[in-house]
Structures are given as C-alpha cells and as structure tokens.
Design a protein around this ligand. Sequence first.
Ligand code: 6PG
Length: 231
Amino acid sequence: MTGCIVNYKIVKTNDELADYSCSIIVDKINSLNKEKIHIALSGGNTPKPILQKLSLTRDIDWGRLNFYQVDERCVPPDNDESNYKMIKEALLNNIGLPEENFHRMKGEDDPFIETERYGDLIINNSIVFDIALLGIGTDGHTASIFPSQFFIYKYKDVTALSTLPGSKQKRITLTEEVINISEQKIFLVSGTDKSEVLRKIFNKEDDDLPAGRIKGNVFWILDSDAAVKIK
Ligand code: 6PG
C-alpha cells in the first residue's frame, strides 16, 4: 500500500467487528462539526450487520447525514443482487433519514447515463466523502474496481462502469481517485477467505490490487479470521 499509514484493528469475531466498526463510525460522525456529513457505503455482505447495528444507534443526528453508494450492480433496486436493497433493509428502513438524504445509484437505468448522472451529482455538489466504508474481494478488488481491468467507461475520474469478472455483470462504481480524496476510508473485512489477499496487501506484494491502492487516512477493521496471516 503505497502512500498510506497502515492503521488497523483486529477484533476476534464477526459480532465484535460489527460492534467495534459501529462505534468507530458513530465516533467519527459525532466528531465532525459540520452541518452536512457525506458517507459512501459499499455493498456486499460484510457491511450488513454493521449497518443493522448502526441503525439502532440513538446518539446520531441522522438529519446531518447524506449517504451515497460506493458502487451498485446494474440491476433493479428490488433485486437480491442490489446493494441498495441490502442498505435499505439493513439501515434505511430503521432510521428516519429524509429520502433526499440517500443518493441512490440507479441500477435499473441505462448504465452509461447513470454513471454520468452520479458523477455529475458528486461534481456539481463538490462532494468529498467524510467517510467511505469499503470492502475487499478475495481478488483484491474494492468498490467495483477489479484488478487489471479496464473500465468500460470512466467519467471524469469520478465514476466508472465496470464488469464483474466471470459473470460480466455491469457495475457502476466510484473511482479510486474519488475514494482516495475521501477524508476517512474504513475497510471492513471478515473471514478467512480474505486472509491471503490481506497478507499480500499488508506486505505490499502486489500494487495492482485496487484495495491496496487506497491511500491517505485508511483504517482497516479485521476479524481474526481475516487477519490470520497478518503478523
Ligand atoms: C459489492 C461491493 C464490493 C464488496 C466486496 C466484498 O458491490 O460487492 O461493493 O466491493 O465490498 O466484494 O464483499 P463481501 O463483503 O460480500 O465480502
């Protein structure tokens, strides 16, 4: 990981990962003396228990928060593959967030048009994310930025259209550039299947791994299974 401080915390279990991650996120939110806070949420499975726990937190002024998506599969919002569906069920359904405070990537729309629309949303409102919650795939991807993959389409270095290797599922994603200028990046990583890619990243063995190219104020929260190969 070039250019970043390797800051990480290992917790024992997946439950502790949810508890600890939630406490870190809440502390970060409450430390920000800002009217509007911008938070980018990843999809996948790892964030679900953390978002569920976050939704039970009482000492957050939800009205200050604006949520965005790190990436989205090009499927309708009610599809089980949809990251929005996961975020809605785990978080949005349980908190009184004003509708206009969640900025959904519209997976059901034309991928090229939506990639540009979402990029313009970020550019036109000069959004810099205060917190970006990230995951990592076993191949080292983060967001929907996959190793040695050229984007189908990249829009102003802010958003891009990629394809999931294998299934070729189209995905809309924030770019590395936009993630890197976020103030606080928090990786949430659970499970032994991530241990090898974490070892490669922490040992700086492969600069092509997108998760390893995220720099600046990066904090990794790992459960002991994921961290088993980290000395
Ligand atoms: C997605 C995510 C993706 C995810 C990793 C890890 O759309 O799937 O944004 O980048 O964070 O694939 O996924 P898990 O948390 O399910 O392991």
